[in-house]
Write a protein that binds this ligand. Structure first.
Ligand SMILES: Nc1ncnc2c1ncn2[C@@H]1O[C@H](COP(=O)(O)OP(=O)(O)O)[C@@H](O)[C@H]1O
Ligand SMILES: [Mg+2]
Length: 240
């Protein structure tokens, strides 16, 4: 049994279904990546897992607990950390304040633990998030999501808007988090950077599973190109 099991998930906005039966698995300590063209429904999968949008069919199971019908705060409490693609830090709060707000438990202990993953944040504790670099901001958003010791970490395009030389260090940190037993579900456009560190990957196309395999298998799969061409007409997997 995988830590996260998503089975034939159906979800959408308004009258429209965007996800038409998506299934995927993430085991503890693994990095699983969701790729696919813009609009395929990747972010919608993360929003459906966290209960931010209503699920209309299928099941989501976390560590044996069916979370499909739970409210977002219960899902977070059950062990899901979520880092949205945008607006994932508070620009006018300092780094230290990000660690002080929200959640219970021993905040100081948790802060030390997450700074272990992101030592670059330590000298920035008194700075406002608005003055951090893109990479530091992404690390702060991930650090905050780790404060509650999630079993599953959902990351929506952590490499978007990052300078190429920073992408690798962010992915190194994601790999370190997974090595400590956290299941990571990563949404990425940057397939050339993400697939090599992925244990497994799924390509979505218009809200359905299209291809899957280990990271290297999918990277070499000639059909991947068609998945990207199938929606939007001319998109390609973005270069590293
Ligand atoms: N809040 C929303 N309301 C209505 N439609 C939305 C909303 N968010 C996303 N969509 C639509 O859902 C589809 C999938 O979007 P999304 O999951 O963001 O795709 P991806 O992350 O793969 O680029 C798109 O057609 C998008 O326009
Ligand atoms: Mg998206």
């Amino acid at each position: 049994m995988s830590l996260l099991e998503v089975r034939t998930l159906v979800a959408g906005y308004g009258d429209a279904n965007i996800l038409n039966g998506v299934s995927l698995d993430v085991a503890a300590g693994r990095i699983v990546t969701l790729i696919g063209p813009n609009g395929a429904g990747k972010s919608t999968v993360l929003k459906a897992i966290t209960g931010l949008i209503n699920r209309r069919g299928g099941t989501v199971t976390l560590d044996g607990l069916e979370i499909s019908a739970l409210a977002t705060e219960q899902i977070i409490a059950a062990g899901v950390g979520y880092v949205p693609q945008v607006a994932n830090v508070f620009p006018s709060l300092t780094v230290a304040e990000h660690f002080a707000i929200g959640g219970g438990g021993d905040r100081a202990e948790a802060r030390e633990r997450v700074l272990g993953y992101f030592p670059l944040l330590r000298p920035q504790l008194r700075k406002m998030a608005s003055v951090l670099s893109g990479g530091e901001r992404q690390m702060l958003a991930m650090a905050r999501a780790l404060m509650l010791r999630p079993k599953l970490l959902l990351l929506d395009e952590p490499s978007a808007a990052l300078a190429p030389q920073i992408v690798q260090s962010v992915f190194d940190r994601i790999a370190a988090i997974a090595r400590d037993g956290v299941a990571v579900l990563l949404v990425e456009q940057n397939v050339k950077a993400a697939l090599p560190i992925s244990d497994y990957a799924y390509a979505l196309q218009v809200g359905r599973n299209a291809l899957e395999g280990t990271g290297p298998e999918l990277l070499d799969d000639p059909r991947l190109h068609d998945v990207y061409l199938g929606v939007g007409g001319s998109q390609k997997p973005s270069p590293a």
